[in-house]
Design a protein around this ligand. Structure first.
Ligand code: HEM
Length: 446
């Protein structure tokens, strides 16, 4: 394995004063290794350098990975003026736009986040349950019953449909079809790791001017602005409960409404952040359940008895064992003491979701799929972090968990899952870590 070979040549020299040790590879090698095998790289570095190590990437700068829960708590509860997540996510700027809540920091971020939270709150979110169940049932009914089906593309279609309907309302129509099509094209542009790394290396400014990319963004923007303008004038705006209608009616603390540009950037953020991630979580759940008939039996029995506790534990355990995203980033504005070490300004600290989820002291037998562990002990705020944490914790976390629960219920009550071939390993798909064969299973009829 490439990571293991690289180990022989790695030295433990800290690249900058104050930084923990890490591999002293050339930038080319660290980029290649990270893009090809992110999870193995994390494991390798932790085994060699411990809970805190430095990793350098040419386009990202210096990352300090952290996997000790106390240090992670320090980062998630730290002063957001000094820990910039928006700045660390800058690679997403050309697609999401400068008003995106994912890219803002400090007061501008809190101002935007406050406005966006209500549509994702408890009861409000449950209103999307019927749409989720309808979309899931219709999709699952189309799956073959006796031949293998790669479920990840099916889940992607399902979650795209669900997020489109939650964001824009149930209305079918030509514009929604065009929007779906253009969104797929935009995501395809980014979905392939080779294409994505090319774009990342171009950098946000050059990428924005890159003609094929610019044309694609213009096409989707036209549709989004059309949708915003039509909805602004809709007679039933006040009665609607889709996210766009709620955001159009929302007001900042100073009474100001969101501008069209702001709305466009947030719609794009929700469509991009809310679709691929949830599809990946769902496909891992299917892959794992198909290989664990005992756990699948228990899930079926609990659902039949009207109990959701085990379903919730299955979702928690899936997102622990196969986290969709391996890390989150915060760029240090000033030097800061983290995990007993004074880190210099300018580096990005990276709580490693993947590593903390595999710590045997927190999760005995960490490689085992054992949903019961979340019944015996609730998920910890700083030890179960698939959605990140603090004031940057995923805005759509409850939406995603709810959506996964609705889709799994539809699937497990309609079909019996059986495994195909060997267990799938995790491979990179730009920023998410996905099942290597697309979560291939047989979904037999009952
Ligand atoms: C299984 C599905 C999902 C996973 C694993 C996931 C994961 C994440 C992670 C790790 C972050 C960064 C948190 C941090 O920096 O601490 C994040 C942020 C975010 N996510 Fe998700 N996400 C999922 C689904 C969704 C959905 C369904 C939506 C919206 C409909 C969404 C919207 C967002 C937004 C807007 C942010 C930015 C929050 C901020 O910066 O204040 N995500 N997500």
């Amino acid at each position: 394995m490439e990571v293991a070979t690289a180990d022989k040549q790695a030295t433990a020299a800290p690249p900058l004063e104050g930084l923990p040790p890490g591999p002293d590879w050339s930038l080319l090698r660290s980029t290649r290794t990270w893009w090809r095998r992110p999870l193995e790289t994390l494991e390798h570095c932790q085994a060699r350098y411990g809970n805190m190590f430095t990793y350098r990437l040419p386009y990202e700068g210096t990352w300090v990975f952290v996997s000790d829960p106390e240090a992670i708590k320090q980062i998630f509860t730290g002063d957001p003026r000094l820990l910039h997540a928006g700045e660390a996510n800058i690679v997403l700027l050309p697609v999401l736009g400068e008003h995106s809540v994912l890219l803002l920091d400090e007061p501008a971020h809190m101002k935007e986040r406050k406005l966006m939270l209500p549509p994702f709150h408890g009861k409000r979110m449950k209103a999307y349950g019927d749409v989720m169940a309808q979309v899931a049932a219709a999709e699952i009914e189309r799956w073959p019953t006796d031949t293998p089906v790669r479920t990840r593309p099916r889940m992607q279609a399902m979650t795209l449909e669900i997020i489109l309907r939650a964001v824009f309302g149930v209305g079918e129509g030509e514009r929604l079809n065009r929007l779906r099509d253009q969104l797929r094209r935009t995501l395809n542009l980014l979905g392939h790791p080779r294409r994505a790394i090319f774009m990342v290396l171009l950098g946000p400014d050059r990428l924005r001017r890159f003609p094929p990319f610019r044309r694609q963004i213009e096409r989707i923007d036209r549709l989004l602005y059309e949708e915003i303008s039509t909805r602004r004038g809709a007679a039933d705006l006040a009665e609607r409960d889709d996210i766009l209608s709620l955001l159009l009616q929302a007001r900042h603390e100073d009474g100001e409404a969101m501008s069209d540009r702001e709305l466009r950037d947030e719609l794009m953020t929700l469509l991009v952040a809310g679709h691929e991630t949830t599809a990946t979580g769902l496909s891992w759940a299917v892959e794992l359940l198909a290989r664990h008939p005992g756990e699948l039996d228990r899930l079926e029995a609990d659902l039949a008895s009207g109990n959701d506790t085990y379903l919730d534990a299955v979702i928690k355990e899936t997102l622990r064992l196969r986290p969709v995203i391996a890390l989150v980033l915060r760029k240090l504005v000033e030097p800061m003491e983290i995990g007993g070490r004074l880190l210099p300004a300018g580096v990005s600290v990276a709580p490693s979701i993947y590593l903390v989820h595999r710590n045997p002291e927190i999760y005995p037998e960490p490689e085992r799929f054992r949903p019961e562990r979340f019944i015996e002990q609730p998920a910890g705020t700083y030890t179960w972090i698939p959605f990140g944490g603090g004031v940057r914790r995923c805005l759509g976390a409850s939406f995603a968990e709810f959506e996964i629960s609705v889709v799994l219920r539809e699937l497990v009550t309609r079909r019996r899952l059986r495994p195909v071939g060997k267990p799938e390993h995790s491979v990179r798909s730009t920023i998410t870590n996905v099942p290597s064969r697309g979560a291939e299973v047989i979904a037999a009829s009952r």
